[in-house]
Ligand binder design. Structure first.
Ligand code: F6P
Length: 537
């Protein structure tokens, strides 16, 4: 992190530290307008934060000193900014809906391949939706089972739930990710083999969980339909690895490809989105891409003070590095966004969960926060107590929509009343005097007082649509990118997941071998022995 620019942020924070959010509002009646910006169908009100003009200026100075403008261009133009894997980072090319656009990697324009894959996906999705592509016995496809994990699962599952109102309800989508056989078994109980399409989604096509689930699903299907030939009609693959797809026994004709410059957690707008496209149709998928693209353009061109991803990123850095906040809550007030926090967890924590800077040195500042959340109003009756009165500072993003897809009575007004009231309560709290004025007995006053001064962002759009969803995802993707640039870490690799994978292979041998080697520590050895004993091995 640029030390000089960060020092200026610290100075600005020190000068304003004793001014509460409440006082900031009292001093400036025009505050809400000044701290509200909009793009791609979204409005961000960040006025309920511990910031004034000087703090924001210093934060933007930090972004500039970090070379953010150039880094953004490097990403969009296909430079190999993922240095530890020597790859470009071009998820933005996947949703570049400009028909004239050209984006080069190693001197080759990638856009023709992007467009060709999209149209192959579109043809296949339509064929499934219209009953042209049928199962081995001639029946229509009624069930789609996406088998994948991490980025090959969380994006599709989040978006399938989010875009339910736009989906074809006669097609039911399932998502199997966990290697726990329960996940597959319970899913297979819900579907009929002759009407099921399995989509094996894996960038590498070597991921243990996905391959194990895919092989078991294949065995189940062949067993039910009585022929290996059924696989061709019931299995497709989404991958960058044609050789492994062929080895698995899926004809590469039935493969939808993508490229090493698409990170797993950024892959929803690639072929990985096929299950979503089948569910909502190619036109709605195109609208999703358009929403992403609008936010991409905004991010690339808007000045930092008007830039939503940059502003969200800077506020996150303020709390992580200036106020020692360790976690960050994302609270969507829409049941359709129930998996959005889980999706963001991978996007943010796998990207910025790093302790070494771009020069390979241990950083001496905090990087990516712990990210978590649940839809409102459920969370209010669970963990909000801690956000209001606990000892941890937890900045929150509140995400909501003016219109609901399911207007029943006054549900939506009540939902949104809670949405607005929570940020009000968190910012302004309730003083001891206010408690007394309401007649609270003196001994209860400390317990009923709310300190307030708890920061929130409010993100509001008119309606949850494919476009607003695409823009929302892109907003957070770019926020994470900006933070990675400022923290001077590499956001697009994930070496931290490797060690566990390697050790699990060794442990697996010891669980199943007739004579285990048991060359682990005493705890792991004893646990393995106990497991084997329980199974009579
Ligand atoms: O283990 C982490 C990870 O590599 C993620 O980054 C990725 O999204 C997930 O596994 C699945 O990988 P794949 O799509 O190659 O199966």
């Amino acid at each position: 992190m640029n030390a000089e620019a960060w020092k200026k942020v610290e100075e600005a924070v020190a000068a304003s530290r004793n001014t509460t959010i409440k006082q900031l509002f009292e001093h400036d009646p025009d505050r809400a307008r000044k701290y509200t910006i909009s793009a791609a169908g979204w409005t961000l009100d960040y006025s309920k934060n511990r910031v004034n003009a000087a703090v924001m200026k210093a934060l933007r100075g930090l972004a500039e000193a970090s070379g953010l403008k150039d880094e953004i261009e490097r990403m969009f133009t296909g430079e190999k900014i993922n240095r530890t894997e020597n790859r470009a980072v071009l998820h933005t090319a996947l949703r570049n809906v400009d028909p004239e656009a050209k984006v080069f990697v190693d001197g080759k324009d990638v856009m023709p391949d992007v467009r060709a894959t999209l149209s192959k996906m579109g043809e296949f999705a339509d064929a499934v939706r219209k009953g042209v592509h049928r199962g081995f016995t001639g029946k229509r496809i009624k069930y789609v089972v996406n088998i994948g994990i991490g980025g090959s699962d969380l994006g599709p599952v989040m978006a399938n739930i989010a875009l339910t109102p736009f989906g074809k309800r006669s097609i039911k989508c399932f998502f199997v990710s966990n290697v726990d056989s329960t996940h597959l078994a319970e899913t297979l109980r819900e579907v009929k083999a002759d009407q099921t399409l399995f989509i094996v989604a894996s960038k590498t096509f070597t991921t243990q969980e996905t391959m194990t689930n895919a092989l078991s699903a294949r065995e189940w299907l062949v067993g039910r339909l009585g022929s290996e030939a059924a696989v061709a009609k019931h299995f497709v693959a989404l991958s960058t690895n044609a050789a492994e797809v062929a080895k698995f026994g899926i004809d590469v004709e039935n493969m939808f490809g993508f490229w090493d410059w698409v990170g797993g957690r950024y892959s929803l707008p690639s072929a990985i989105g096929l299950s979503l496209m089948i569910f909502v149709g190619p036109r709605n998928f195109a609208r999703l891409l358009k929403g992403y693209w609008k936010m991409d353009r905004h991010f690339r061109t808007a000045a930092f003070e008007k830039n939503l991803p940059v502003t969200l990123a800077l506020l996150g850095i303020l709390y992580s590095n200036g106020y020692g906040a360790e976690s960050y809550a994302v609270l969507p007030y829409d049941q359709y966004l129930s998996r959005f926090p889980a999706y963001l967890q991978q996007m943010d924590m796998e990207s910025n969960g790093k302790c070494v800077d771009r020069d390979g040195r241990r950083v001496n500042y905090s990087t990516g926060p712990v990210e978590w959340g649940e839809p409102g109003t459920n969370g209010q009756h669970s963990f909000y107590q801690l956000i209001h009165q606990g000892t941890h500072l937890i900045p929150c993003d509140f995400i909501g929509f003016a219109r609901t897809h399911n207007p029943i009575g006054d549900h939506h007004d009540k939902l949104m009343a809670n949405f607005f009231a929570q940020t009000e309560a968190l910012a302004f709290g309730k003083t001891a005097d206010e408690c007394r004025a309401e007649g609270d007995p003196e001994e209860l006053v400390p317990f009923k007082t709310f300190e307030g001064n708890r920061p929130t962002n409010t993100l509001l759009a008119e309606e949850l649509t494919p476009e607003t969803l695409g823009a929302l995802v892109a907003l957070y993707e770019h926020k994470v990118f900006v933070q990675g640039v400022i923290w001077n870490i590499y956001s697009f690799d994930q070496w931290g997941v490797q060690l566990g994978k390697v050790l699990a292979k060794n442990v697996l041998k010891d669980l199943t071998a007739e004579k285990p080697e048991l060359r682990h520590d005493s705890s792991t050895n004893a646990l393995i022995a106990r497991y084997r004993k329980a199974l009579g091995r």
